[in-house]
Design a protein around this ligand. Structure first.
Ligand code: NAP
Ligand code: ZN
Length: 366
């Protein structure tokens, strides 16, 4: 067995823990840039809680982060970080503001063109320190070294990974997620579920990582319905499961399912987690037929049994699993598959996957 386990993010977990924010910021820090989404900042209660605690700092706020942040947002946020001499970037929101915060932290210290960077140019200087406060329970971005952006021109999602963008610390205060409407709680909860399943099946995982992944799968299955109905105990559990799933993908990555779901978001605006959930039953069917990790696939399959199987679990959350119900056309599958097969995550998927297989998976759920 070989593995590296690196998780430099200090995790502060618990209801009301946002109160500890000022205590945790380094003494030498004067200027902070908050990166967020205007609605979320207000609705989650973060605005009052955070600004109250940061009275001794010079605060700049960039609150224009949209779902699936674009290069334009990254460039605009970077400009504000530079102009305000930010020394720390505080990402508050779901995966979109947290990822934007990480990207801005990296670009604020470097003079690199965003397009060139995503084509392969590297960053020479370390990013600014990042701190994250999640308001959704899904992406786990608060504990990952990943940041995901959408290249609108090329019509694709691009991810970058650097140890320097691991948050310095993250405060996971489940109370900040209580304001999520039902559909956001579901879409983000199923994202955590798919992270845990994919990390568990990834060829990069190892037994210690599997413990978190399996526990996260179990917790989401048992609590997501109640969490979406605003049961606070269940919501607290989802915040924990999302973090566990995030730690699992930090060490094992996501695999085929996530890269197949990206075109659904880019070309049809389907929220990230929901896109994964739509394809989950077809993906697991494929794994059952083609994966060489039979026992692990059966373990996941069996965990869905008491919830009526994977398809019933997903449709029971009001997520139709037929691509045709989202206006997606069969003719698009070829392009989707062409974009998917070239991704590195194919290599850590535990099956021989061809472009035809990918088209077949999309078609089977049409
Ligand atoms: P999101 O895009 O951050 O948020 C979706 C919407 O949820 C927001 O626009 C907001 O709607 C609403 N919302 C969020 N928190 C709320 C709260 N507490 N109360 C009320 N409304 C709230 O969604 P996400 O699923 O968390 O993040 C998705 C992004 O993360 C994608 O770009 C995905 O690719 C990325 N991702 C990153 C990682 C990673 O490791 N870095 C992993 C997985 C996914 P309104 O603005 O309408 O109020
Ligand atoms: Zn995801």
């Amino acid at each position: 067995m070989n593995f590296n386990y690196y998780l430099p993010t200090e995790i502060i977990f618990g209801c009301g823990k946002v109160k500890e924010l000022n205590r945790l910021i380094d003494k030498g820090t004067d200027n902070i840039l908050i990166v967020t989404d205007k609605n979320v900042f207000e609705k989650s209660g973060a605005q009052g809680a955070v600004l109250n605690r940061l009275k001794d700092f010079r605060i700049e706020i960039f609150d224009e982060v949209e779902e699936n942040p674009s290069f334009r947002t990254l460039i605009k946020g970077t400009k504000i970080a530079k102009e305000s001499n930010a020394q720390l970037i505080l990402g508050i929101g779901g995966g979109s503001p947290m990822d934007a915060a990480k990207g801005i932290a990296a670009f604020a210290t470097n003079e690199v063109n965003v397009n060139d960077f995503f084509e392969g140019d590297d960053l020479s200087k370390d990013p600014l320190p990042v701190v994250c406060l999640p308001t959704t329970s899904g992406t786990g971005s608060e504990v990952t070294p990943y940041a995901i952006f959408t290249d609108m021109e090329k019509g694709k999602k691009v991810c970058f990974s650097k140890p320097g963008i691991f948050p310095k610390f993250s405060i996971i205060d489940p109370e900040l997620s209580y304001s999520m409407p039902e559909h956001v709680a579901i879409n983000t909860g199923v994202d955590a579920l798919t992270h845990a399943i994919e990390a568990y099946l990834s060829l990069q995982t190892f037994p210690m990582n599997d413990l978190f992944a399996i526990e996260a799968v179990k917790t989401v299955l048992e609590n997501l319905t109640r969490a979406s109905q605003k049961d606070k105990v269940a919501m607290n559990k989802l915040a924990y499961a999302s973090m566990q799933a995030g730690i699992s993908i930090t060490h094992a990555s996501t695999i085929l399912l996530h890269i197949m779901a990206y075109p659904l978001t880019v070309f049809h605006g389907i929220p990230h987690g929901k896109a994964n959930a739509i394809l989950l039953p077809a993906f697991l069917e494929f794994m059952k037929r083609k994966s060489f990790l039979k026992q692990k696939v059966n373990t996941i399959w069996d965990m869905f049994e008491e919830f009526g199987g994977v398809n019933n679990f997903i449709t029971g959350l009001n997520i139709p699993t037929r691509l045709s119900s989202y206006g997606i056309r069969k003719e698009e599958f070829k392009n989707f598959a062409r974009d998917t097969i070239i991704k590195d995550d194919i290599k850590i998927t535990p099956a021989e996957v061809t472009e035809e297989d990918i088209i077949e998976i999309y078609t089977s759920t049409f």
